[in-house]
Design a protein around this ligand. Structure first.
Ligand SMILES: [Fe+2]
Length: 387
């Protein structure tokens, strides 16, 4: 009798989108620990999350900025909000915070008095709480230190641990917002870095933008699933999945294009042959790791908080030698929409250029000299300039 094709034994093949190619990773059934694990929860179905709170925000964010001073940490990404407590914000201010996170990618806070209960309550304002496949608590996950460096461990685990990723980007509905609050932290080490996917898209040549805009990235939980069982001794809640998402996506609130590729969970491109796919993914690793102009690095302390938008940023913890147990953070996450790509949407640079041209034209028509700072508004009224 002929041996069955490998795909016949792969659960993943039952869950591929119609435009799919193939999962590039063969499940390691030879590993009994992995093969014998039976996840208690089923594979998720697509959901429609509640409307993003940023749609309800005042584009000027007057209420939020009446209590908080924004300090941009780089041109492309990251704003520190000073002089405020998250625990004191009302619903209107939280909506404006969501809009700010959509525009700036990640927003930081120091010396916050939130506790876990308060954090969960605050984050429920932004949508339906998501649950990581390795998460035991229904509402939050504990994040420890990570001294693991994928450059050292990739000889025995295929998952690029601590590489740049968007949280659980393999889900059918990957998370929109995440918030991480640090409860314990070493004096040095354990920084987190974020990179803007708006910026990564704009940094491509026009030809590559067009090409990548026609591709789907294969986001998989398979490699992390294996690592959770084999390396962390954990028991994932759900079976591993491969999901094909547009390699360029449109942000529903800002209407801007963002690259949707991360080396932490993307294993290839569905429409390409494997060698083509591998080389393109290799290029994106270089593209991401050389994007110093679209990067921000955050030094944590006890009471520090970061809130980010996984739809337009990727992040990684910087590997180090500090004791992993000396770093404890509480993370909450909410479901986002199924990623989509609207070819008519603008990139961030296109938006800025268009608005500058419109403003200059208006100034000329009115005979007014253009001296004021450029105010950048999206077509839906969301302000792109944080400060
Ligand atoms: Fe993460």
């Amino acid at each position: 009798m002929a041996r069955p094709a490998p795909k016949d034994s792969l659960e993943a093949y039952k869950h591929l989108s119609p435009d799919s190619g193939f999962p590039t990773i063969i499940h390691p059934h030879f590993n009994p620990k992995i093969a014998s694990h039976v996840p208690p929860d089923p594979i998720r179905e697509e959901i429609t999350p509640p409307k993003d709170r940023a749609f309800f925000a005042d584009p000027a964010k007057a209420s939020l900025f009446s209590v908080a001073k924004p300090v941009d940490l780089s041109e492309s990404i990251g704003t520190l909000l000073e002089g405020m407590q998250l625990s004191q914000l009302d619903g209107k201010q939280l909506d404006e915070l969501a809009a700010l996170v959509d525009e700036r990618g990640v927003v930081f806070f120091r010396d916050q008095d939130l506790d876990t209960e308060g954090q969960v309550k605050l984050f429920e304002h932004f949508g339906t709480l998501d649950k990581h496949p390795a998460q035991k608590d229904q509402k939050h996950v504990t994040i420890n230190g990570s001294i693991v460096d994928w450059r050292n461990v990739s000889n025995y685990t295929l998952w690029l641990n601590a590489e740049f990723h968007a949280d659980t980007s393999f889900e059918i509905n990957p998370p929109s917002y995440s918030l991480l609050r640090m409860e314990e932290h070493p004096p040095v080490g354990g920084d987190t870095a974020w990179v803007s996917q708006y910026g990564l898209y704009d940094a491509l040549s026009d030809h590559l933008k067009k090409f990548v805009g026609g591709l789907h990235a294969v986001h998989t939980s398979r490699l992390q699933y294996d690592t959770i069982i084999d390396s962390w001794g954990g028991e994932p809640n759900r079976p591993p999945i491969d999901t094909h998402h547009p390699a360029v996506r449109t942000h529903p609130v800002t209407g801007l294009k963002a690259l949707n590729v991360n080396p932490g969970f993307v294993t290839g491109f569905a429409e390409l042959k494997k060698e083509e796919s591998d080389q393109l993914l290799q290029f994106f690793k270089l593209h991401i790791h050389s994007a110093d102009d679209h990067y921000v690095r955050w030094k944590w302390a006890v009471g520090s908080v970061a809130m980010w938008d996984n739809r337009v940023t990727i992040h990684r913890v910087i590997p180090g030698n500090y004791p992993a147990s000396s770093r404890t953070g509480i993370r909450t996450t909410v479901f986002g929409e199924k990623p989509y790509f609207d070819r008519q949407s603008e990139s961030r640079e296109q938006r800025i250029s268009r608005l500058a041209a419109e403003k200059a034209k208006k100034s000329n028509e009115n005979g007014v000299e253009h001296t004021s700072e450029l105010s950048i508004h999206a077509s839906n009224g969301v302000n792109l300039g944080a400060s």
